[in-house]
Structures are given as structure tokens and as C-alpha cells.
Ligand binder design. Structure first.
Ligand SMILES: O=P(O)(O)OC[C@H]1O[C@](O)(COP(=O)(O)O)[C@@H](O)[C@@H]1O
Length: 330
């Protein structure tokens, strides 16, 4: 052994940088996103920020008590926005609480005012974060957040129709008797009543859904069935809300899946809501279309081939979202 080799300093393993995820709003949706994120091991630091500090701290404590059973992480809760400092990703779930007699529209107005007030503070404490908006009406809220942030449009996007697409896939899987993972179909447009399934590009096992032959003659997808399933997707949330007052699990899983696409730089195709610029001629509105999600946020919007009817539907959806945005002076 030479003298030089004998004195070489042993290599010290470099510590892996942790992923910090901040969640605005410690209500049912925010807390469930935190839970799903921890279960999936997608972040090592999870911070919950809520104006109700006691609730944020209690949720953080409850989650912390379960850390033994999930990949190592640290959870914190606070009513001080500084708890979100240096977040890599911030997921926004906070919204105004509906007051007795308040209309949905008035509620949305208060929520947008809240977004305009909080988002600049988020940019101050976490200047490099990618922002994922979940609060409804998510397309308009995303547009408001983007304007309030002053950030490039790639860094601010909404959960959009990722959840609606998973509801669609679930219903198609049930109807056809095929595993949900093998159903490839997107809901595009508004996360709301004007959304539309992109039937012409949907498939199972490379068979276009419009030509789906069924299995043993069952589970056919004729126009009537497709219309019923499309209606069911739109009404899904109402049904859950009727029974339990809110939805939280599926959106929690959907949001944590989007988060993973960012933290692992996956370039995953997801129908998130982002600012469209000449997407099939549609511009200046936040709307969901299949898009690449990676470490810098949302990238290319995939120009999915559409039938004339689908294109019309997407344009109508864009108009509906734009009209709501204009009502709030956006
Ligand atoms: O049906 P296939 O070709 O086996 O693909 C299954 C894969 O597709 C996925 O469902 C993703 O599908 P999408 O690209 O349509 O979102 C994965 O979750 C799954 O592993």
C-alpha cells in the first residue's frame, strides 16, 4: 500500500436533502393530504399552516404519533406562515367557511380574497416552491393564485380533473370488469359541471373505448352508458357530500399523487388545471388537460386529438370558467 493511499480520507456519505411539503389549511382535505403524503413516504418534512393554530398543531401531533409506522418524517403545525419556510411544494386547501345564507358565489368571492391575501406571503417564505391549488372552484382559484403570486405559470397549477378522471376510471372499471389501472381515460375542462370525458382517446388494453367489445358480451359502452357514466362522474362529489358532508379521501390520494410527480420529477401525464396558451386555440384560462408534471411544476400540455364535439365541449367549459373568473374581476 502506498503512503498516499494509506492517508486518503474515507468517503463520508452525503446526507440526502429532505423534501419539504407545506399544506395551507388543516381541515379534512389538508389533513388527509398530509396523511396520504406520509403513508406514501413522499416528504420528510410536512408543515400544516392554518389560521386555527390549535387545529393545525393537533393534526400535526396526531400525524406525528403515527410516524413509527410510515417512512421517517417530521410533521409540524402552526398559525404562523413561517412554518412553510423553504417548502419545495405548497398544497393550498384553505377556503372560506360558508356562513348561513351565503351563496356559493359569495363563498367563492371570499375564498378568492383569501387566496389573494395568503399567496404573496407563501411566495415570500418559500420563493422556490411549486404551488398546487386544491381549493374550489379550483380553476378560478388557480388563476387568482397565479396572478397573485407573480410566478411563472409552470409553478402554479390546480389539482383540476385528476380526481374526476379517477372517478371516471373507477366507474368504467366497475362497468367493464377490468382493473382500474388498465382503464386509460381523462376528464378534461372545468373541475365542475361543464367538464367532459375525452371518450375518443380513451382505451383499455389499446382498444379504443368507443370500440370496446365487452367481456363475454357484458360491460358494453354504448352512447347511453357513456352518458350515464359521465353524469355519474359530475354527481360523484354531490353524493359523497350528501352522505358525509365533504369529500376528503380520494382528493387526498389524488393530491399526494400529483405531489409525487413533482418531488420525484416524474414527467407524469396528469390532467391538472393550468394556464392554457393556445391549447386547441384556447388561451388565458386555467383548465384541465393532460399535462406533464415534473420537478418544475407543470410543463407541456399534451394536444390530445379530439372530435369536434369534444372540442366544442372544451371551449364551452373554458367559457364557463372564464365567465366565473370575470365575475370576480380576474
Ligand atoms: O393498461 P396498461 O397499459 O397495462 O397500463 C397500466 C398503467 O397505466 C396507468 O394506469 C397510468 O395510466 P394513464 O397513463 O392512462 O394515466 C398506471 O397506473 C398503470 O401502471
Amino acid at each position: 500500500m502506498t503512503e498516499a493511499a494509506a492517508t486518503t480520507t474515507p468517503e463520508v456519505p452525503t446526507r440526502r436533502r429532505t423534501t419539504n411539503v407545506g399544506i395551507v389549511g388543516a381541515g379534512a382535505v389538508g389533513a388527509t393530504i398530509a396523511y396520504a403524503t406520509l403513508m406514501r413516504g413522499a416528504a420528510q418534512q410536512v408543515a400544516l399552516f392554518d389560521v386555527n393554530g390549535a387545529k393545525a398543531r393537533a393534526e400535526a401531533l396526531d400525524l406525528s404519533h403515527g410516524i413509527q409506522f410510515v417512512p421517517m418524517a417530521h410533521v409540524e403545525g402552526s398559525d404562523d406562515v413561517a412554518v412553510l419556510s423553504d417548502s419545495d411544494v405548497i398544497i393550498f386547501t384553505a377556503g372560506a367557511k360558508q356562513k348561513p345564507g351565503q351563496s356559493r358565489l359569495e363563498l367563492a368571492e371570499t375564498t378568492i380574497a383569501l387566496v389573494r391575501q395568503i399567496v404573496p406571503r407563501l411566495v415570500e417564505v418559500a420563493p422556490d416552491a411549486v404551488h398546487i391549488l386544491v381549493t374550489n372552484p379550483v380553476d378560478v382559484v388557480t388563476y387568482a393564485a397565479l396572478k397573485a403570486s407573480g410566478l411563472p405559470s409552470s409553478r402554479v397549477f390546480g389539482s383540476g380533473t385528476v380526481l374526476d378522471s379517477s372517478r371516471l376510471r373507477f366507474l368504467l372499471a366497475e362497468h367493464t370488469g377490468v382493473a382500474v389501472q388498465n382503464v386509460h381515460a381523462y376528464v378534461a375542462g372545468e373541475h365542475g359541471d361543464s367538464e367532459l370525458p375525452l371518450w375518443s382517446s380513451a382505451s383499455i388494453a389499446s382498444v379504443p373505448l368507443l370500440d370496446w367489445p365487452g367481456l363475454d358480451g357484458t360491460g358494453l359502452l354504448d352512447a347511453e352508458v357513456r352518458d350515464r357514466i359521465a353524469r355519474d362522474v359530475v354527481e360523484s362529489a354531490y353524493r359523497v357530500i350528501e352522505g358525509k358532508g365533504a369529500t376528503n379521501y380520494a382528493i387526498g390520494l389524488a393530491a399526494s399523487r400529483i405531489l409525487e410527480a413533482v418531488v420525484y420529477d416524474e414527467r407524469r401525464v396528469l390532467p391538472v388545471s393550468s394556464l392554457l396558451e393556445n391549447y386547441h386555440g384556447i388561451s388565458d384560462v386555467c383548465l384541465s388537460v393532460p399535462s406533464l408534471v415534473h420537478a418544475d411544476g407543470v410543463g407541456d400540455r399534451i394536444e390530445v386529438p379530439m372530435t369536434d364535439a369534444e372540442l366544442d365541449g372544451l371551449r364551452r367549459s373554458a367559457e364557463a370558467v372564464r365567465a366565473t373568473a370575470q365575475r370576480f374581476g380576474l
